[in-house]
Ligand binder design. Structure first.
Ligand code: ITT
Length: 189
C-alpha cells in the first residue's frame, strides 16, 4: 500500500518511513515529481498542513497527507510555533536554536512542547490528527541525531535530548509519531 506524504523535509520522510516500515510505502513530494515549495501562509498548524495536502490534491489529483509541526515554548508565548522552520529568518537550525537559547537566557521556565498536525486528504475530505510531546529546553545543544530543534529539546521522563535518541526511540514518543499513529488507526478501522 502506498501513501503520499506532502513534504520536502527529508528528516520527516525518514521518520515516517521508519515508523511505517513493512506497513506502507511512503512517497514524498520529490517522488511524485512535485518540485514546488508549497506556500505555508496560514497562521495555524492545521491551516498550513491543509494547504500542503490540498496542493497535492489539486495539482496531482492524489490523496495524501501532510505534516505541519513546530516547537511551542511557554515562556515565549508559544513561539516559535508555526514559525519554527525560519524563526531566525533563516532555515539554519543552529541559528534558530541559538535564538531560542538567547531569548530564554536566565529564564527558569524552560517548559516547551513539540506539536504536529497531520492533514489527511481522502476522497475530498480533510481529516486532522494532532500529536503533542511535553518537555524542557536545555541550556545548550546536545546530540547530533534528528533535525531542527532536537538538540535542545528534552522530553519529560528522559535525561537525554531528542538528538541523543535513535530514530526508533524518538519514534516511540514523538509528536509526529503520536499524530501518525492516530492517522494509521483511522486508515485501518
Ligand atoms: P515541509 O513543510 O516540507 O513538511 P518543513 O521543514 O518546512 O517541511 P514545517 O513547515 O512543518 O516543515 O516546519 C517545521 C519546523 O519545526 C522544522 O523545520 C523544524 O525546525 C521544527 N520541527 C518540526 N518537527 C521537529 C522535530 O521532530 N524535531 C525537531 N524540530 C522539529
Amino acid at each position: 500500500k502506498k501513501l503520499v506524504f506532502a513534504t520536502n523535509n527529508q528528516h520527516k520522510t525518514a521518520e515516517i518511513r521508519s515508523a511505517l516500515t513493512g506497513q506502507y510505502e511512503v512517497l514524498n513530494l520529490e517522488d511524485i515529481g512535485c518540485l514546488t515549495d508549497i506556500p505555508e501562509t496560514a497562521n495555524t498548524f492545521e491551516g498550513n498542513a491543509t494547504l500542503k495536502s490540498s496542493y497535492v490534491v489539486e495539482n496531482f489529483n492524489l490523496d495524501c497527507f501532510a505534516d505541519d509541526s513546530g516547537l511551542e515554548i511557554k515562556a515565549l508565548n508559544n513561539e516559535p510555533g508555526v514559525y519554527s522552520a525560519r524563526y531566525s529568518g533563516s532555515r539554519d537550525s543552529v541559528e534558530n536554536m541559538q535564538l531560542v537559547l538567547e531569548k530564554l537566557k536566565g529564564n527558569p521556565n524552560r517548559n516547551a512542547r513539540f506539536k504536529t498536525v497531520i492533514s489527511l486528504m481522502q476522497n475530498g475530505q480533510n481529516h486532522l490528527f494532532e500529536g503533542l510531546v511535553e518537555g524542557t529546553i536545555r541550556e545548550e545543544l546536545s546530540g547530533s541525531k534528528g533535525f531542527g530543534y532536537d538538540p535542545i529539546f528534552q522530553p519529560n521522563g528522559y535525561d537525554i535530548t531528542f538528538a541523543e535518541m535513535e530514530m526508533s526511540e524518538k519514534n516511540k514518543i514523538s509528536h509526529r509519531a503520536i499524530a501518525l499513529k492516530k492517522m494509521i488507526d483511522f486508515l485501518t478501522k
